[in-house]
Design a protein around this ligand. Structure first.
Ligand code: C2E
Ligand code: MG
Ligand code: MG
Length: 580
């Protein structure tokens, strides 16, 4: 029988309520007249539902009690009270009650409200459990590399933090040991083999997979068990080495490792040579988090570019940050704005159900005077580093507003435009004011603008980011989480930040119809996003089978070469005119 607990300060009311509840088929497992007693007894009797009078004895009223109950355990609460003024109602609503009955009640109302509350509760619990289940499943499959069974990029943060914890525990034990022998550095190795793409193109995927596996075997054979080997992607690995006391230990290790992993691999009696490079950074010298450390370890490799293969390099601030080419680009980028070399391309965002264009993502292009095409993935980081991203970002927003105003007037009044924001842009002071000022200047409806952010922007300082996001949202803008799957992909972020749109990265969409891991992840992501009221955009859809899969699994929108590459404004306009 369903068990009900009553919190009510009038004995007569408790008695008549008990009789009524029994009449409609419930068991009353106990009652209390103040919140302290109620908490203890509810804990002892584990009821299925609690009826709470708002006006009870003691310091805390029924609403405070309900709030506390909600935090401790998830028992549905129904208020039963003579209070019905607006303020009380609004306070009560905020505790997410499952029902509200005003006294004096009719027994029929009591029965219906409780029945609805229990049903609603069942549904809420079901969704909650599904979410938890999916989350666990996803966390697992998304954190391991299928080919090598090594942890992948997504588990890096977690693994590094676990190592840090042990590191600090050990440091505190060793306080009394001779100072210079305390292991106080954690080396991070970034390892890659340059000709991987070439090998794959020449010998095919199967062989390159075999090579990766053989390499992993060599790595494992020569590294201690507590080294965390992570496959970042294709030919890139990260090694988190257990703490050491001097850099020399890492240098010796890198040397030994190169010696052991560079002998040729034999395949069908042929010798295949692979060249390796290792970049090294140290916690805490070069950074506090694994992102920064890995970035520095990668940067160390740039210094090796002209020295030859099978080398390692330790990060040092004196290392050339950029190659000569990057320095030239940096100088030229300074003039790109004045010389009108920037342009926006638009990639249509398409409704999967009816193939209609509902908006577009603005993607920056630099018409460089000498080079044909420089990818934004190259020049945006330079713009970030130099601060140029701020004026460039303003230019992007102005241009997008201007061009979309034209489209709104001539083609489709509710066409959405998405712009990307990089970390530095997002962290600008008064960002929301700057954006709103530009929108106001163009009389642009904020709800037609989407801001695309990647997770890495948000993780640095989550509470700051969350406040900033909420400000942008309250101005009416839509927020999309971009490239989901390439960063931390913590599903927790989806729940804790107030996003409108989830953009699933191409790495999960690729070959989704044959790659079961990608299929499972994407399917669950879509379901989860929908439960959290997010719309889902699949990125980088390149073929019909991929699209068919997404359609079957209720993905809302897609972008990708299949429908269209990013297009110059005039061509996008033309495409739009044929699609309305
Ligand atoms: P993103 O925001 O994830 O943009 C999607 C990228 O995927 C674009 O690369 C697009 O051309 C590419 N893409 C679209 N469909 C397909 C497909 O079917 N297959 C494949 N393989 N790729 C596809 P793009 O234009 O090179 O931009 C790269 C990144 O540069 C963007 O990634 C974005 O993070 C950044 N970016 C571009 N424009 C801006 C900008 O105005 N401001 C900032 N801060 N970042 C920008
Ligand atoms: Mg984007
Ligand atoms: Mg993206």
């Amino acid at each position: 029988m369903i068990k009900v607990f009553i919190v009510e300060d009038e004995i007569i009311a408790v008695e008549s309520l008990t009789v009524d509840l029994q009449k409609i088929g419930y068991e009353v497992v106990g009652s209390a007249n103040d919140s302290e007693k109620a908490l203890i007894k509810i804990n002892q009797t584990s009821p299925d539902l609690v009826l709470i009078d708002i006006n009870i004895k003691g310091e805390k009223d029924g609403i405070v009690l309900a709030e506390e109950l909600r935090n401790i355990n998830s028992i549905p609460v129904v208020y039963l009270t003579a209070y019905a003024d607006e303020k009380t109602l609004s306070r009560a609503t905020k505790t997410f009650p499952f029902g509200y009955i005003v006294k004096p009640y009719k027994i029929q109302d009591l029965a219906t409200t409780i029945a609805i509350a229990l049903e609603k509760y069942k549904e809420v619990e079901k969704i909650k459990n599904q979410l938890i289940e999916q989350q666990a499943k996803l966390e697992f499959i998304s954190k391991y590399d299928e080919l090598t069974q090594l942890p992948n990029q997504l588990s890096l943060v977690e693994n590094f933090n676990a190592i840090l914890e042990v590191f600090y525990q050990q440091l505190s034990y060793q306080e009394n040991i001779k100072n210079n022998e305390i292991p106080q550095l954690i080396p991070i190795f970034y390892l890659n083999f340059n000709r991987f793409k070439l090998i794959r193109d020449e010998f095919g995927q199967e062989l390159s997979n075999l090579l990766v596996k053989a390499l992993v075997k060599r790595l494992k054979a020569n590294l201690s068990e507590d080294t965390i080997i992570t496959r970042l992607q294709g030919d890139e690995f990260a090694l988190i080495i257990p703490p050491i006391s001097t850099k020399q230990v890492a240098i010796d290790l890198a040397r030994m490792l190169l010696e052991k992993i560079t002998p040729p691999f034999i395949y069908k009696q042929k010798e295949i040579y692979i060249d390796f490079k290792i970049g090294i950074s140290f916690y805490p010298l070069q950074g506090q988090n694994i992102d920064e450390l890995l970035y520095k370890a990668k940067e160390a490799i740039y210094g090796l570019e002209n020295i030859g293969e099978n080398q390692f390099q330790i990060y040092s601030p004196a290392l050339h940050k950029y190659t000569a080419k990057q320095i030239t680009l940096e100088a030229q980028l300074h003039h790109a704005l004045d010389r009108n070399e920037l342009e926006l391309y638009y990639q249509p965002k398409v409704d999967i159900k009816n193939s209609k264009i509902i908006g577009a993502e603005a993607l920056l292009r630099w018409n460089h005077p000498d080079e044909k095409f420089i990818s934004p993935t190259i020049f945006i980081p330079i713009a970030e580093e130099t601060g140029l991203i701020e004026p460039i970002g303003e230019w992007v927003l102005n241009k997008a507003c201007e061009e979309f105003n034209f489209l709104h007037k001539n083609y489709k009044a509710d066409l959405q435009v998405a712009v990307n924001l990089s970390a530095r842009q997002f962290n600008q002071d008064l960002l929301e004011h700057k954006i709103l000022k530009i929108l106001a200047f163009h009389y642009f409806n904020p709800s037609l603008l989407e801001i695309e952010l990647t997770e890495s922007i948000l993780v640095r300082n989550t509470s700051f980011a969350s406040k900033k996001l909420n400000k942008l949202k309250s101005a009416g803008l839509k927020i999309a989480i971009d490239d989901f799957g390439t960063g931390y992909s913590s599903l927790g972020y989806l729940q804790s930040f107030n996003f409108d749109i989830l953009k699933i990265d191409r790495c999960f969409i690729k070959e989704i119809n044959t790659n079961t891991k990608n299929a499972t992840i994407t399917k669950s992501l879509i379901e989860m996003a929908h439960q959290l009221n997010l719309q889902v955009v699949a990125e980088g859809v390149e073929n019909e089978p991929e699209l068919a899969f997404l359609h079957r699994n209720n993905c809302d929108y897609y972008q990708g070469y299949l429908f269209s590459r990013p297009l110059p404004f005039s061509q996008f306009q033309e495409l739009l005119s044929n699609n309305i």
